[in-house]
Design a protein around this ligand. Sequence first.
Ligand SMILES: [Zn+2]
Length: 429
Amino acid sequence: MQGYRAALLRFLPDDTMERIDDALVVVDQGRIADAGAFDAVAARFPQLDWVDWRGRVLAPGFIDVHVHFPQLDVIGSPAEGLLPWLENYTFPHEARFADPAYASAMAELFLDELLRNGVTTAMVYCSSHAASAEAFFEAAQKRSLRMVAGKCLMDRNSPEPVRDDTRRGLAQSQFLIERWHGRDRLGYAITPRFAPSCSDEQMRGAAELAEAFAGTWVQTHVAENRDEIAWVAQLFPDARSYLDVYDRLGLLRERSMFAHCIHLDAADRARLTASGASAAVCPTSNLFLGSGLFDFKAAAQAGFQWGLASDVGGGTSFSPFRTMLAAYEVARLGGVTLSPQALWYRHTLGAARAMGLDGLVGNLSAGHKADFIALDARVTPLLARRTGSAWSLDEWLFAMIVLGDDRAIADSVVAGTTMPRLTPPSRTG
Ligand SMILES: [Zn+2]
């Protein structure tokens, strides 16, 4: 059993946040056994050893509901929109993940980068190569991380090195499900890349797999970019909309995560809500690729679940602070003001709900897995000054969102183990 003494941020039953300035979190066998005001908790555990992290703020680890592990090196690649970006940067780069040694090295780097930014759970695209998913799951298992991932299915309209075969892609997915889904803290997401790159037969097969293997996830992209939508309309002339392509093939369901959801209409949003599927909102990616602005007002009216996501490499940062700030700015352009607590919720507890993982991760209370971060609001002079003068929790959170970055993540704790703190490689010579 291990205690951590610090300030504490967590969600109350009504989904608002509370801050306890002097708190104690007790971890037993990777789980939170107790958390609350120091004096009260310490009295219940008189023999407890605790780490003195006073000056830091403990908070739930961030959850990124849509990110591409093979796109670590694609970040910051300029292009005239989604389709040229895929063709010129992303597909050539993802081709390298056929090599297991390369995929393993990149999986380590990717997870290091997530943890350095305080992200302890994510829903992850691998490349179309089974080797990339193997490498990712192995690296995540080593760190005891709660991760959901899958290899891309893409049997058409993509270059040969990243294209898979309809039946072979499905057979590989089934093999990976049987090998990794439910093993330790790992889960499998059946991953049709996006409708233009998948045949009807492959998407139907994906839906059959999701039906056959209980608890598996589905992840894909929808309604990101206008050129993409026009292409989908050509490829699927009978579908009412882009989302309807997936609906007809059985992919709209609980535990399905649809990235972007920008250019939806009211019927799509109602269908998304009724199906129990969720949206991954990726504002830095949508701004970088010029895809469009997520409609936060319409999402609230429709009532579907959504969480925030980096969408690296279309997204420009692994940092949840950058993503929350971009979400705030995009919402403002749509006449909606998202509170700092609401932004934080969508990257932690709300994201856990969108993935169907609430009760397991996303909050810092007894029974949850001990996945949390220690924030240090003093790492830059301006952040220290601005958080120091905050007169409310919302002000403090907002200062973190606007001024914080990976330097403010002092430590990430996964299943009760403090992850090694990674520093950039030093230059020699
Ligand atoms: Zn994506």
